[in-house]
Design a protein around this ligand. Structure first.
Ligand code: NAD
Ligand code: UFG
Length: 342
């Protein structure tokens, strides 16, 4: 069975992908420096799946060690999740973001070349489309202007991977453009655990529901949408994780370079998400309408038909399930992983 290396595999999406891969019979090696995750995740993944995995606490910037691991672990495919991901922090610390995200990817690519590992699946983002001219967004839309260094780091890395694939067609690249992942494994053992005050909608709503924050700031109600609030294509992280399993499974049959949106194809407004969360949790979410958040687009949702065509993948879970599973994780872990390492 294929052995898969997950850089950043202890993080939110990586941990769910590790569970999905293990459940589908793959062997998993996680390589993560825990800069934004907890060591507790590793045991939780083992607990959910009843399977073992190998973990290295190490930095992707350490090319020599990464090369050693790729060879020693006989890795077939790399899924590259490792990155810093806060939009607001990236505006304050662009150098750190470019060094970690771009530098980390260059280091990984060098290590892959040296160890002759030739398959990579990359965690990209809908952010690379910038402000799309229309919706739904298909993969052939031009890439757009990003509004922050985090977004640019994703866009630049995509280009680097396209160029490397151009120079060596045997180097297989799958760019997975995620829309808005939310939700958690149904066990409630793993989930999203942001540090400090959350930037993103669902973690912020959870903190309000737990009584840790007084109300939700709704950024703008004057967008050109049904209720004036921003629309996004929220996708259950378990569906997203399974998309990676199919990408690993089918990578040999895919084109040498593939770009695939992972999304449900359906958009929800901020107020619709609030209503769905209230229904799932039984908690009232007070909110205040405020000015638009700089850099936000009004609508972002995908046409997800290409993922169905090439991977046979389709999202199974709807917004109600996403909210229920998020809330179960939060109730079970009101302070996240509570690890000293975090
Ligand atoms: P996360 O922060 O939970 O996970 C990222 C992991 O990478 C963390 O465990 C962190 O410790 C690790 N990491 C960071 N730098 C590292 C380094 N130099 N060496 C080793 N490990 C390192 O984030 P996530 O939400 O799971 O996102 C995973 C990937 O998906 C990221 O690349 C992110 O940019 C991308 N993505 C996320 C979203 C989202 O909304 N969550 C949307 C689109 C794309
Ligand atoms: N929002 C609020 N209040 C909040 C947080 C968000 O009203 O406290 C609104 C935003 O204005 C937006 C929607 O909720 O309309 C979703 O916002 P998120 O911050 O949850 O998600 P974004 O779509 O802005 O960004 C996310 C990731 C980025 C990624 C992008 C595209 O955070 O990393 O999706 O994939 F680049």
């Amino acid at each position: 069975m294929k052995r898969v290396l997950l850089t950043g595999g202890a993080g939110y999406i990586g941990s769910h992908t590790a569970v999905a891969l293990l459940k589908n019979g793959y062997e998993v090696v996680i390589y993560d420096n825990l800069i934004n995750s907890s060591i507790l995740v590793i045991d939780r993944i083992k607990k959910i799946t009843g399977k073992n995995l190998t973990f290295y606490k190490a930095d992707v910037l350490d090319t020599d060690f990464l090369k050693e691991v790729l060879i020693k672990e006989k890795i077939d495919t790399v899924i590259h999740f490792a990155a810093l991901k806060s939009v607001s922090e990236s505006l304050e610390k662009p150098l750190e973001y470019y060094k970690n995200n771009l530098g980390g990817t260059l280091s990984l690519l060098e290590a892959m070349r040296a160890s002759k590992v030739k398959k990579i699946i990359f965690s990209s983002s809908a952010t690379v489309y910038g402000d799309p001219k229309k919706t739904p967004i298909t993969e052939d839309f031009p890439k757009g202007i990003c509004t922050n260094p985090y977004g640019w780091s994703k866009s630049f890395i995509e280009q680097i991977l396209v160029d490397i694939n151009g120079s060596d067609k045997e180097f297989k690249v799958v760019l997975l453009r995620y829309f808005n992942p939310i939700g958690a494994d149904k066990s409630g053992e793993i989930g999203e655990d942001p540090r400090g005050i959350p930037n993103n909608l669902m973690p912020y709503i959870c903190q309000v529901a737990l009584g840790k924050l007084p109300y939700l700031h709704v950024y703008g109600d004057d967008y050109d949408t049904k209720d004036g609030t921003g629309i996004r294509d929220y996708i259950h992280v378990v569906d997203l994780a399974y998309g990676h399993v199919l990408a690993v499974e089918k990578i040999d049959e895919l084109k040498s370079l593939e770009i695939i949106n992972l999304a449900t194809g359906r958009g929800y407004s901020v107020l619709e998400v609030v209503a769905a969360f209230e229904k799932a949790s039984g908690k009232k979410i007070p909110y205040k309408i405020e000015a638009r958040r700089p850099g936000d687009v009004d609508k972002s949702f995908a046409d997800a038909s290409y993922a169905k065509k090439v991977l046979g993948w389709q999202a199974k879970y709807g917004i109600d399930q996403m909210c229920e599973d998020t809330w179960r994780w939060q109730l079970k872990n009101p302070n996240g992983y509570e690890s000293e390492d975090k």
